[in-house]
Design a protein around this ligand. Structure first.
Ligand code: 6GU
Length: 247
C-alpha cells in the first residue's frame, strides 16, 4: 500500500510509523508512506494555509489553494489514487472498509483536516470523506494513522503470524474471546481449565461462547449483524437463560 499524507503536522506521524509492525511493514516494502506538509504548497511568504470563515463565526478554515496545489503536484505522475478526506462528518470507518482498502492496489491520499473546518470545495478533490468515530479530534492526523494501521495489518505478510488474521475471521463481527498466558495461577486468579485441557474442539466452543457472551453484554448491536450458526443460537439461548436466572 502506498500512502501520501497531506498534513500541516507531518512530525505527528514519525514515532508511530517507526515502531513495531508498521515499521517492519515499511522495511519490507508492504507499506510506503510519504508525508507532505500542506504549508509547502502555500503561495505566500507566511506559508498561510487558513483563513476566517465567510459568514462569520469562530475559528479558522483551511484555504482551498494549498491543498489543490498539493493534489496537482501528486497527480503529475498520472497514477490512479483513492483520495480520502478525514473529517468528523465522514462515513464511519470500519473493519470492512479496512478490508476493501487492503485489497485495492491503488495508491491512497489522506487529506488531514484541521481547524474548525475545510473549505467545502476541497471535497471535490476527494473520492470519499471518512470519520473514525463519533467524537471530535483536533485534526485528521490520528484518523489517518488509525486507517493506515488497520489496513496495513491486513496486508498478507505484515503480521508475523498469519493465523492472527484468520482467528479474527473465526470470530468475525464479534468481540474477541479472553486470552491467557503463563502462569496458570496468578494472585489467586486461575486460567480456565478448558484452555489447558488439550481438547481443541472444546477450546473452540469455549472461545465462541465467551465471544458471544462478551458481545451480548457490551455490544448487543453487533449480534444482529453477525451470521450465527445453529450452535451460536444454542449458546445464545443458554446465555439468555443464565441472565434471566440472575435477574
Ligand atoms: Cl477523521 N477528524 C477529526 N478532526 N475528528 C474526528 C475524525 C476525523 N474522526 C472522528 N473524529
Amino acid at each position: 500500500m502506498k500512502c501520501d499524507v497531506l498534513t500541516i503536522f507531518p512530525d505527528i506521524f514519525d514515532s508511530y510509523l517507526n515502531e513495531s509492525i508498521i515499521k517492519r511493514a515499511r522495511a519490507n516494502n508492504l507499506l510506503d508512506v510519504t508525508l507532505f506538509n500542506i504549508r509547502d504548497f502555500s503561495s505566500d511568504p507566511h506559508r498561510t494555509v487558513d483563513d476566517s470563515p465567510f459568514g462569520g463565526g469562530a475559528g479558522m478554515v483551511f484555504k482551498p489553494e494549498p491543498i489543490f496545489r498539493a493534489m496537482d503536484f501528486l497527480r503529475e505522475d498520472g497514477e490512479p489514487r483513492r483520495v480520502i478526506l478525514l473529517t468528523p462528518q465522514g462515513r464511519p470507518f470500519s473493519q470492512s472498509i479496512a478490508e476493501d482498502y487492503s485489497k485495492e492496489q491503488k495508491r491512497f491520499v489522506f487529506i488531514c483536516g484541521r481547524y474548525e473546518g475545510i473549505d467545502e470545495r476541497v471535497k471535490t478533490l476527494a473520492d470519499e470523506e471518512i470519520s473514525i468515530g463519533d467524537y471530535v479530534l483536533t485534526g485528521g492526523e490520528l484518523a489517518a494513522l488509525v486507517i493506515i494501521d488497520a489496513v496495513t495489518r491486513l496486508i498478507p505478510g505484515a503480521l508475523g503470524d498469519e493465523r492472527s488474521v484468520e482467528d479474527e475471521s473465526f470470530s468475525w463481527g464479534l468481540l474477541d474471546y479472553p486470552h491467557y498466558t503463563r502462569p496458570r495461577e496468578f494472585r489467586g486468579l486461575s486460567v480456565p481449565q478448558v484452555l489447558v485441557s488439550g481438547d481443541h474442539k472444546e477450546i473452540d466452543n469455549w472461545r465462541r461462547k465467551e465471544a458471544l457472551k462478551k458481545t451480548v453484554k457490551v455490544r448487543p448491536d453487533l449480534i444482529a449483524k453477525v451470521k450465527l450458526t445453529e450452535l451460536d443460537r444454542r449458546i445464545l439461548s443458554e446465555i439468555q437463560a443464565l441472565s434471566d436466572e440472575e435477574a
